[in-house]
Design a protein around this ligand. Structure first.
Ligand SMILES: Cc1cc2nc3c(=O)[nH]c(=O)nc-3n(C[C@H](O)[C@H](O)[C@H](O)COP(=O)(O)OP(=O)(O)OC[C@H]3O[C@@H](n4cnc5c(N)ncnc54)[C@H](O)[C@@H]3O)c2cc1C
Length: 391
């Protein structure tokens, strides 16, 4: 059987697959993306769009910093809506502030502390809720639904080929078997997120990669002022590496878990982003297993809405509810060559929007020549990206 032949075939059209295709394009590779959906509908369009580089550590920080540059490039070149917003953190208790103070002491200007009065001015919380907070100026915000569409269109315009509604069933060195026939490939990047457990079940099982399900909402609410940046809370300080590694984090965990075992059982990361149309993404909860039940109980949504009321002091109106799923494992990333020329790439914790473009570039750079010439990144996204209305 004859097969089309590409320098690079990418399986999966989420942010990591598109990142791999972008990396191939920038290095002059003939590139094909095979995506089983008619568009991206996975984790990459279901998230907060929070590009949360500052609290990452180790390899996640490296991928996050590389991804930050690529997001800025795509904002300029591909019309991706991007805010150089930073991140706001609201501290509602002294032990939350203690984590921020400890991190600020080592990270300097990357973590700017806010006192109670500054937090009250910058974050539209209910009166008296915050004892302080922090601003992390380097972080960014994207609108996931717009971003994936814009990057896909840009890559297609630049010559990357896409086969949508096309499923990959098996991969061998040099050959990708799709539901529309075989495709020859010098290199393959498999960016199928949790579905890596279907194409490479032994690899996923061997590395302890399972699935993580999350509950999310989009709401309308009369906040006292717009949310100028993605907003984290004390619960977020238990999750992201640099916060969680502070010595103050242990006491915070003990206190939050003792006071709110119901929220701890939901594995809550209470956080918010505001979209250009003013609606707010509200999340999230986490549950892990080999399979994720398709039925979302209302307990999670009830808790998310109750915490929203307590934090902002206003009544939210639910516009949308959805479930997200991502690969979850003991390491932060899946990055290995499973077969000669077949590279598996996934974020195996919930930071793939922040780091995924960097991970994908790192994977592709390993098997190709360096980029010939590239103009410097314009660090100012076009103003229109800040103003465009979104649904
Ligand atoms: C609710 C939620 C909130 C999150 N919030 C954030 C956040 O604010 N910041 C952050 O950094 N990260 C966040 N994350 C994590 C981030 O969204 C993911 O890590 C990232 O989107 C994963 O990208 P991906 O390309 O690997 O996966 P996906 O976007 O899921 O893409 C995988 C694609 O592969 C396709 N596919 C699978 N199998 C096949 C096959 N056999 N053949 C063809 N196509 C196939 C699928 O259809 C899918 O489109 C969040 C995740 C969720 C779920």
């Amino acid at each position: 059987m004859s097969a089309d032949r590409y320098d690079l075939v990418v399986v999966g059209g989420g942010v990591i697959g598109l990142g791999a295709a972008y990396a191939g394009l920038r290095r002059g590779m003939r590139t094909l993306v095979v995506e089983r959906g008619s568009e991206a509908t996975g984790a990459s369009v279901r998230n907060f769009g929070h590009l949360c580089v500052t609290p990452q550590t180790g390899i996640a920080r490296q991928h996050g910093l590389a991804a930050r540059e690529l997001w800025l490039r795509l904002a300029h070149d591909a019309g991706v809506w991007l805010r150089e917003s930073g991140t706001l953190v609201a501290a509602r208790a002294a032990d939350e502030l203690a984590v921020l103070v400890e991190l600020a002491a080592v990270r300097g200007d990357e973590v700017r502390l806010l006192d109670a009065a500054e937090a009250a001015v910058r974050i539209p919380l209910a009166p008296g809720v915050a004892v302080g907070g922090a601003f992390l100026p380097a972080d960014l915000q994207a609108n996931p639904r717009q971003a994936l569409q814009a990057i896909t269109s840009h890559l297609a315009e630049q010559g990357v080929e896409f086969r949508f509604r096309t499923s990959v069933g098996a991969i061998e060195p040099g050959l990708v078997r799709t539901s529309r026939g075989p495709v020859g490939a010098q290199h393959v990047v498999v960016a199928t997120n949790h579905d890596v457990d279907q194409l490479f079940p032994e690899v996923a099982e061997g590395l302890g990669i399972v699935r993580c399900g999350l509950d999310m909402l989009r709401v309308a609410a009369p906040l006292a002022a717009p949310l100028e940046a993605p907003l984290l809370t004390g619960w977020s300080l238990l999750r992201y590496g640099a916060f969680a590694e502070t010595s103050a984090a242990a006491a915070l965990r003990d206190r939050l878990h003792a006071e709110r075992p119901d929220l701890a059982a939901l594995d809550l990361n209470q956080m918010y982003t505001q979209l250009p149309d003013g609606s707010l993404i509200v999340g999230d909860t986490h549950y892990r297993g080999a399979a994720i039940a398709p039925f979302q109980g209302e307990a999670a949504a009830d808790a998310l809405l109750e915490e929203f009321r307590a934090l902002f002091g206003v009544e939210p109106r639910v516009l949308e509810r959805w479930q997200g799923v991502y690969a979850s494992g003991p390491d932060e990333f899946l990055d290995l060559e499973a077969l000669p020329g077949v590279h598996l790439a996934a974020a195996t914790t919930g930071i793939g929007m922040t780091t995924g473009l960097g991970l994908a570039d790192h994977v592709v750079a390993r098997f190709t020549s360096p980029i010939d010439h590239e103009p410097p990144i314009d660090h100012e996204p076009q103003p229109r990206h800040h103003q465009e209305g979104m649904r």
